[in-house]
Each structure stands twice: as C-alpha cells, then as structure tokens.
Design a protein around this ligand. Structure first.
Ligand code: BGC
Length: 386
C-alpha cells in the first residue's frame, strides 16, 4: 500500500495526474438527514398559546396539571401554511428562527406544512380549503407555491423541512369512490408535482405525505401508496429534472404508535418498513418522518374512523433524531396538539360526522382553532408524561 502511494505521489509530481481532483458536486439536501445536528425550532406564538392554556388550567385549580401543561410549550411543532393569507407568516416565523439561531449559536431546523391543494380533504369536510379546481384552483395554487418559494428563498441560512399536502395521497388511493376525490385526482397529481418541482432550494428538504398505517398500510392499499408517490415524483422530475425529494411523512394528524403496536395496520414502523421496500423496488431510496405528537396513549382501542379530536389521545414521544430505524430521519410533531381537527357543530358548513362521534371530544371548534378540552386530555394522557 505504501508503495502504491509513493508511486502515486511521484506521478502527481510529474504532472501525470492533477494534484487536486475536480471536487464532487455538492451533495443534494435529499442525500442526508436534514435534522442531524440541528435544534428543533420552537415558535414563541405557539409557546404563548400553550402557556395561556396552562394558565387557564391553573385558574381552574388543577395546579399539578398546569405545571405539566406549561412544559408542552418547549416542544417544537410544524408550522402550517393552510391558506394564501397565511403566507406572510412564513417570514415572521423564519425571522424568529434566524434570531434564535443567532442568539443561541445553535443551528435551527424549521418545520413547515404546505397545505393548500385545491379540493383538499376531499373525502372529509372538516379541513376543506379555499381552492377548487372548478374555480381556477390550478393556477391559483401555482401562484400560492411561487409565493411560498419566494418567502423561503430569503432564508438560505436556515435548514427547512417541508411536509407537503397532508392526506392528498391517501385520498388518491382510497377516496376514488368519492366523486370530489375522483374528479380532483388527476389535477391534484399535477399540482403536487408542480409544488415539488418548484420548492427546490438547497436548504429545503421535502417529505411527501404517506397518510398512515391504518389508512394505507394494508395490502391492497400500500401498493397504491407507493405507485402514486412514484408517479408524482416522476411527474415533478419531468417538470424539473433537478428535483429531489428526501422522503415521506407518515401519521400526520393521526394517533398510531411507532414500534410498539401488535395490531396489524396500527404501527408506523411496520408501515414505513413495508413502504420503503416498495419505493426502493421502483428506484427511490426514501427516508421518513413520523408524527408522534398525539400518539402517546396506545392503550385505547380505536377504529380507522377515529381521526377527529380523539378523546383517548395523549401527547407522544418528543421530536428527535433518535428513532427505531435508519429509515426514519426523525420523530416529529406535525399536528400541533391542542389545535382542533374539526368542528363538532352540526350546523357548520365544514361539519364532518367523524367530529360528532362518541369517540370525539365535544364541543370542538373549527379545524386549526385552539381546542382547550383536547389540549387538557392530551396533557393528562401524555406518554411520556410531562
Ligand atoms: C387544519 C388547518 C390547521 C392544521 C393544524 C388542519 O386540520 O385544516 O387549518 O392549520 O390542521 O392545526
């Protein structure tokens, strides 16, 4: 070996080989875990909402619970851009992340959900959004994505992770008997691909939505999940050949466990492992993030229909890069616990039956609004406890 190197050095000295090889191209953000070595950014507005809720608990006399509730403010959650009017918040949030990075000297990872696909939440009603294909939605969504990109582009110094369009893929796989979903699916695939192709920035890692194990984890559904994901990534590459995607998010806004469930279809680890195999077979070495924000209490039995303000939910494992599989980049909290999944008001336009079921917290406000009763039960049933 030593002889080989001395020969090599002699050849370099003779100018046979250039002493400095051409540097390799910079590695894409999609080739490494974007969370590694980063601090999960905690937003002050969310923290203030949690403290306010905890103070309310204290005012009712339950001081022990209030003490636990205050601690929830330290946990990082994703930020949701769920409508055009929310776009300016991106700048506010990222400015705060930048300040935190400067102040603490700790490099931050900022987590964002981009959630405004036209005809979104097509099989339910609780989270239907502002855009519709029948009403110019495709062009409006393009403009929405451009505005998001523009805001992100002003923060090249912050690592950004994006979870793209919660539930979209799930509805493409199992929602096709619902006319709204069937009509929207081809256009939604185009829009999804458009978002991927246009949210490519050197500091931004993308995760597409893989729904969750109790939805797409079953044989018969999981193949459709993989095929739709691959089809969309390929469509994005057709629009932008340099487009890359880090992976897939699972369990967003749901309640499944990770590596601790016996019941088929209720463990995200099993789902991630199975889905990774199918994606790899089609050439995509995908990595995963798994929402565990409301997955703490795995004791209660739950049916697939129990997605709305589930009574038995508890805060779950905290965001971390310490995960049970190399496939999983991070455990994350995507759905901010304490935000409602949907209104229980039967007269509301977005009322969904699932939000009025006996397993849901009633009363509950509109999706995304603060739900004090849900917050209280999440703290009470947290595992690990706060
Ligand atoms: C709602 C969004 C909200 C998000 C986070 C979704 O269910 O539709 O409006 O931003 O949850 O709470």
């Amino acid at each position: 070996m030593a002889r080989f190197f001395s020969t090599l050095l002699a050849l370099i000295a003779l100018g046979v080989f250039p002493a400095i090889a051409t540097p390799p191209p910079p590695s894409s953000i999609s080739t490494f875990n974007p969370f590694t070595g980063k601090t999960f950014f905690v937003n002050s507005v969310r923290a203030a909402a949690v403290h306010k809720a905890a103070n309310q608990i204290a005012a009712s006399g339950d001081f022990a619970l209030a003490t636990s509730a205050h601690k929830v403010a330290q946990v990082s959650t994703f930020h949701w851009v769920d409508k055009t009017a929310a776009i300016p918040s991106i700048t506010t949030w990222l400015n705060e992340a930048r300040q935190a990075q400067i102040r603490t000297g700790k490099s931050q990872v900022f987590q964002l959900v981009v959630y405004n696909l036209p005809d979104r939440d097509c099989s339910a009603k609780a989270s239907s959004g502002e855009l519709e294909y029948a009403n110019g939605g495709e062009e409006k969504y393009k403009s929405f994505i451009h505005q998001v990109r523009q805001r992100l582009a002003a923060f090249p110094d912050i690592r950004i992770v994006i979870q793209l369009e919660t539930d979209a893929i799930g509805n493409m796989v199992t929602g096709l008997s619902v006319p709204k979903c069937a009509n929207a699916a081809p256009a939604q695939k185009r829009s999804y691909a458009y978002a991927i192709a246009n949210l490519q920035l050197p500091n931004v890692a993308l995760y597409l939505d893989g729904a969750h194990s109790a939805w797409l984890g079953w044989p018969g559904n999981i193949e459709g999940a993989a095929n739709n994901l691959i089809e969309i990534v390929n469509a994005a590459k057709a629009l932008n050949p340099r487009a890359t995607v880090r992976g897939v998010s699972t369990n967003v806004s749901n309640y499944n466990g990770l590596g601790n469930q016996e019941q088929t279809g209720y463990d995200e680890l099993v789902y991630v492992q199975n889905l990774a195999v199918l994606l790899k077979a089609q050439g995509w070495d995908a990595h995963f993030i798994v929402d565990q924000g409301r997955s703490g209490n795995q004791v209660a039995l739950r049916s697939g229909g129990d997605w709305c303000n589930f009574k038995m939910a508890g805060f779950g494992p905290r965001p971390s890069t310490n995960t049970p599989s190399e496939l999983i980049d991070a455990i994350v909290w995507v759905k901010p616990g304490g935000d409602s999944d949907g209104t229980s008001d039967t007269t509301a336009e977005r009322f969904d039956e699932a939000c009025g079921s006996s397993t849901s917290i009633i009363p509950s406000p509109e999706a995304g609004a603060w739900n004090q009763l849900a917050f209280i039960s999440l703290v009470k049933q947290a595992n690990p406890a706060f």
